[in-house]
Write a protein of this length. Structure first.
Length: 324
């Protein structure tokens, strides 16, 4: 059985010798990253790579790549304050949360602060179509209530503007709202945060965990999935003592051995670190998992692995156990 210190040392070496070099040499000339090395730059992949490099223990080696990535993100912002999935598109989407999050890494910058403020304004004005009074009324009198019993009064965010609420984009928006400085938040931010947190708890599957959509359809319980569960738990980390959080962490721990995807594995590790829960000693390290399932062709997965292995990671504060 490997000790925690030995595991941490091995994972730090794995990140430094394999993961970070891949990120650095995969950056495109425009400052962005694609989802795979040598692919066109995309906002989502750029945000994750930038966050990973900005959070490494030796920032002097990542300063230039991060600065170039932030220039790419600033140039990609649309006039309405949102970010598209790729610079060629003219409609913003859920990656606005990630872009603002990555830009927060650059402290004391008036340009980035303005960009983040405009992004937050756009996010807080992006209500799902199901939140309108007409849609609530139609849902109340239709047969849809027999399909899914989730509350129509709670609202999160969708993958694209004016669509339904989904777990992952809602979680990313909530993470941003919790990390952004108060002076950049619009007046509606607190209300949006309360409604979105309530929506996540309302969408929790029976027995703990989340999937991407509804937990119950036609009276049949949905199946929890590792990745949506991690994002919801990270978004709700300030309520670590709530029974829903504890149940969901327990579900995640009970299903760790079932995780086969390296992205889900790294995110689960990150979630356990955020909540201060012991990582099971019988599970492979991030480096060993790579030996079993090579994943260095996915920029987001490489970035999540760097973040999960970084014990000094400042991109996300630990869960607060005082609130319930």
């Amino acid at each position: 059985m490997v000790s925690d210190d030995a595991r941490a040392s091995a994972e730090a070496s794995f990140v430094e010798t394999l993961c970070l070099p891949v990120l650095r040499r995969s950056q495109n000339e425009d400052g962005g990253w694609g989802f795979h090395p040598n692919s066109e730059s995309r906002v989502e992949a750029t945000c994750w790579a930038s966050l990973a490099l900005a959070s490494t223990a030796s920032p002097e080696t990542s300063r230039d790549p991060v600065a170039k990535s932030l220039e790419f993100l600033l140039a990609a912002q649309l006039p309405d304050g949102s970010w598209p999935a790729s610079p060629e598109e003219r409609t913003g989407c859920w990656v606005t949360s990630l872009a603002c999050w990555a830009l927060l890494c650059k402290k004391d910058s008036r340009e980035t602060a303005t960009a983040v403020k405009n992004g937050l304004d756009w996010l807080c004005k992006d209500w799902p179509r199901t939140s309108t009074l007409l849609q609530r009324f139609l849902r109340r009198i239709s047969s849809a209530r027999r399909i899914s019993k989730q509350s129509e009064f709670y609202s999160g965010w969708g993958w694209t503007p004016r669509t339904g609420s989904w777990v992952e984009p809602t979680s990313c928006a909530l993470l941003l709202l919790s990390l952004a400085p108060a002076e950049l938040l619009p007046p509606s931010a607190m209300r949006r945060r309360e409604l979105a947190e309530a929506m996540l708890y309302d969408r929790m599957c029976p027995g703990g965990g989340w999937n991407s959509g509804n937990p119950m359809v036609y009276g049949v319980a949905g199946e929890s999935l590792a990745t949506p569960t991690v994002w919801a738990l990270l978004a709700l980390r300030n309520y670590a003592n709530r029974i829903e959080n504890i149940q969901s962490l327990d579900w995640l721990e009970q299903n760790l051995l079932c995780i086969q995807g390296p992205g889900s594995f790294a995110l689960a590790r990150l979630c356990f670190g955020t909540y201060g829960r012991q990582w099971p000693a019988e599970l492979p390290s991030l480096g060993k998992f790579y030996e079993q399932n090579e994943f260095l062709e996915s920029i987001p997965v490489i970035a999540w692995t760097c973040l999960a292995a970084n014990s000094h990671c400042s991109w996300l504060e630990p869960a607060q156990r005082a609130r319930a």
